[in-house]
Write a protein that binds this ligand. Structure first.
Ligand code: DCT
Ligand code: MG
Length: 581
C-alpha cells in the first residue's frame, strides 16, 4: 500500500461493475484502488459507497443486475476513469463532473454541474487550452487610430476611459460580440475559423521565433521544460492500466482518446492549410498513440513512442495536462487546484512546474520562498507576485513608453518607439508594456548595440528598469524582457523591448500588435495563398524539405510597410482596434 498520507480512498467501499477481477485490467484497477486505501466489496451491501462502472456499461445494466429500480442516492456512481483521475491528482475529485458520468444515469449531472458554475467558469468549459492565459481586451477606443503607421504612436493621450480601469482588473472579458467589425473579406472568414479553433494548440508561430523563445527562460510557457530531469514522474503510471483492452481501432476505448481527438483536429487543421508535413507527422503520431493501452501524459513518455517527436510529445503533454486541469476546474473540490492556479500565475511558471511544487507539498508562495529551489526569475515573480497580476492602466503604459522613448531620443533623435500589444489595439489596460523600437535604416546588430548595450544600462541606473528576466539576441532582431517602474510608483510592471530592423517594421507591427488569434488568422491567410508571413516579412516561394525543414526563406515580398502586407494578401487594412478576435 502507498504511505498512509497518500491513501485518498481510505474509508471507501468500492463495488465494481462487473464486480470481478477476472478481467486483467479491472483486476489491476481494483488492486490499485486498494493500494490507495479502498476496500473492495465483493458482495452488494449497504456499506458500498461507490459503484465503479466499466466504461462500456450503462446505469440500467447495473440496476438490472442488482434487481433495483435505482441505486440509493447516497451511493456514488462513477465510471472507471474516476479512480484514475483521483490518483492522478492525489485527491477525491467531484464525482458529479460529467467526465465521470455513467450512461443512462437518472438525473443529468451535467445540467446540475453546469448550473452550478459561474459565468466565468462556463466560458472556460467552452474554451479549453487557451494559447496563453486569458486576455482581457476589455474595451476598444471609440475611434480607430487610422493614422497608426510604423513610427511613433502617441495614442489616446486624452484617454476618455480611464475611469473604467477597474473592470479589466476584475477580469470580466467584454470582447466585441461581432469580431467581423463589418468586414466581409477572406480575413474575417479566417478570423472566425481561427476563433473557433483557438483551443487547438497549433503552431503558426514562426519557427525562428519559437526557437528564440525556447531559449529564453521567461517566455516559455513552462520553465521546467528546460529542466526535464525535474519533471514530475508518477510511479503508478507505468503499471496502472486503467482501461479495458482494446484493439486499437476504437478511439472511445482508448485511454488517450481525448488527446487523440485534439491531435486529430490539429492534423485536420494543418491539412486545411496544406501543411503536408505536419499533417503527416500528426497522423503518424495519432496512429502510434492509438496503439497505447496506457494513458500517455508526460512528454518524456510520449517521445518514446514511434513517430512521436519532441514537439508533438510536448503537445501531448500540454493536452493531457490541460485537459486534466479542466477537470479540476469543473470539480472545484480540490484544494490543490487553487494552489496550482496560484503557482501558475507566477511569472514564467507553467503547469509542470506548478504541479511539481504541489506534489512536493508546497502550498503557499511563502513555502516556495522558504524551501523550494527557485530560479532567479521565479524569485522575482514571487516577490512581485501581486504587482505582476495587476493590469496596467492605459495612461501608465503610455508613460512607460515615453520614458523609453525619451531615453532613446537623447541617444539619437531618430529612434522610434511604438507601443504595441493590447495597447495598440486600444485596450484600456494591458498585461504588460510591449515596446517596438526601431530607427530609420537600422539593422538588428546596430539596434542591439545601441538599445540593449546602452539603453538598458542607462535605464537600469535611472531606476526605471528594475529587473532583467530574459534576453534574446538574434541576427533578425532582439528582445529584452524585464520589469520597469515609474519614479512615482512602487508597482513593478512587465515590459518587453522589441528591437526591430527598419526593413521589418511592418511585419513586426502586425506580429507585436496581435492579438494572438488575429496573428494566427493572417498567417493562415498568407499560407492559403502560398505565402508565408512571420514577424520579419511576407515571403513567397518558401521551400521546405523532408521533415518540414525550411530549405529557403523564400522571396521577400514586403517587410517594411504594414498596409502593403495587407494589400498583397488581398484584404483591406484593418486598424489595430479591429484586430481583436
Ligand atoms: N502574440 C502572439 N501569439 C501569442 C502571444 C502573443 O502572436 N501566443 C503576439 C500578439 C500580441 C503580442 O504578441 C504581445 O503579446 P502579449 O503582450 O502577450 O499580449 P497582448 O495582446 O499585448 O495582451 P496583454 O494585455 O495581456 O499584454
Ligand atoms: Mg502585451
Amino acid at each position: 500500500m502507498v504511505p498512509e498520507a497518500q491513501r485518498i480512498f481510505t474509508g471507501l467501499s468500492l463495488y465494481f461493475f462487473p464486480n470481478s477481477d477476472a478481467n486483467k485490467v479491472r483486476k489491476r484497477r481494483i488492486e490499485k484502488a486498494k493500494e490507495y486505501g479502498a476496500v473492495w466489496t465483493k458482495v452488494w451491501s449497504n456499506n458500498v459507497t461507490h459503484v465503479i462502472v466499466d466504461n462500456k456499461m450503462t446505469y440500467q445494466e447495473v440496476t438490472k443486475f442488482l434487481k433495483l429500480d435505482t441505486l440509493p442516492p447516497e451511493i456514488i456512481v462513477v465510471n472507471e476513469t474516476y479512480l484514475f483521475d483521483c490518483i492522478s491528482y492525489h485527491n477525491l475529485l467531484d464525482p458529479k463532473a460529467r467526465y465521470y458520468e455513467v450512461p443512462g444515469m437518472p438525473t443529468s449531472s451535467t445540467v446540475v454541474e453546469v448550473a452550478k458554475l459561474l459565468p466565468s467558469e462556463l466560458s472556460s468549459l467552452n474554451s479549453s487550452l487557451p494559447l496563453k492565459p486569458a486576455k482581457n481586451d476589455i474595451q476598444i477606443l471609440d475611434t480607430p487610430s487610422a493614422s497608426v503607421e510604423s513610427g511613433d504612436v502617441h495614442q489616446g493621450q486624452n484617454d476618455p476611459a480611464q475611469d473604467n480601469l477597474l473592470s479589466p482588473a476584475n477580469g470580466t472579458p467584454n470582447e466585441p460580440e461581432n469580431i467581423s467589425f463589418g468586414y466581409n473579406d477572406e480575413l474575417s472568414a479566417i478570423m472566425k475559423e481561427s476563433q473557433s479553433l483557438k483551443h487547438i494548440p497549433v503552431d503558426l508561430e514562426d519557427e525562428d521565433d519559437t526557437a528564440s523563445l525556447a531559449n529564453s527562460e521567461s517566455d516559455s510557457d513552462d520553465d521546467s521544460k528546460g529542466n526535464p530531469s525535474t519533471k514530475p514522474k508518477k510511479s503508478w503510471q507505468e503499471n496502472f492500466q486503467c482501461m479495458d483492452k482494446h484493439d486499437g481501432a476504437n478511439t472511445d476505448a482508448n485511454p488517450n482518446s481525448e488527446t487523440i481527438e485534439i491531435l486529430q483536429q490539429m492534423s485536420e487543421f494543418y491539412d486545411r492549410i496544406r501543411d503536408q508535413w505536419r499533417t503527416l507527422a500528426y497522423r503518424k503520431a495519432i496512429a502510434s498513440l492509438k496503439k497505447q493501452s496506457q494513458r500517455v501524459i508526460f512528454q518524456e513518455d510520449a517521445v518514446k513512442l514511434p513517430f512521436v517527436g519532441h514537439r508533438i510529445a510536448a503537445k501531448i503533454e500540454e493536452i493531457a495536462l490541460t485537459r486534466g486541469l479542466r477537470r479540476l476546474d469543473n470539480a472545484k473540490l480540490d484544494p490543490h487546484d487553487q494552489v496550482l492556479q496560484m503557482f501558475m500565475k507566477i511569472y514564467g511558471v507553467g503547469i509542470s512546474q506548478a504541479s511539481q511544487w504541489v506534489q512536493q507539498g508546497y502550498r503557499t508562495l511563502k513555502d516556495l520562498e522558504k524551501s523550494a529551489k527557485l530560479s532567479t526569475n521565479q524569485k522575482i515573480g514571487i516577490a512581485h507576485y501581486d504587482d505582476l497580476q495587476l493590469r496596467i492602466p492605459r495612461a501608465e503604459v503610455e508613460h512607460h513608453g515615453a520614458v523609453v522613448r525619451d531615453a532613446l531620443r537623447q541617444m539619437d533623435p531618430e529612434f522610434q518607439v511604438t507601443v504595441g500589444g493590447s495597447y495598440r489595439r486600444g485596450a484600456l489596460s494591458s498585461g504588460d508594456v510591449d515596446l517596438i523600437i526601431t530607427r530609420p535604416g537600422a539593422d538588428a546588430r546596430s539596434l542591439n548595440i545601441s538599445a540593449i548595450g546602452t539603453l538598458v544600462p542607462k535605464l537600469e541606473s535611472a531606476g526605471f528598469l528594475v529587473a532583467a528576466l530574459a534576453k534574446t539576441s538574434k541576427d533578425t532582431g532582439s528582445k529584452w524582457h524585464g520589469c520597469s517602474k515609474l519614479p512615482t510608483s512602487d508597482v513593478w510592471r512587465r515590459i518587453d523591448l522589441l528591437l526591430v530592423p527598419w526593413d521589418e517594421m511592418g511585419a513586426a507591427l502586425i506580429y507585436f500588435t496581435g492579438n494572438d488569434i488575429f496573428n494566427r488568422s493572417i498567417r493562415l491567410l498568407a499560407s492559403k495563398k502560398g505565402m508565408r508571413l512571420n514577424q520579419r516579412g511576407l515571403f513567397k516561394d518558401v521551400m521546405r524539405g523532408p521533415g518540414r525543414v525550411k530549405v529557403t526563406d523564400g522571396i521577400l515580398l514586403e517587410g517594411r510597410n504594414e498596409k502593403r502586407i495587407f494589400e498583397i494578401l488581398g484584404v483591406p487594412w484593418r486598424p489595430p482596434e479591429h484586430r481583436i478576435c
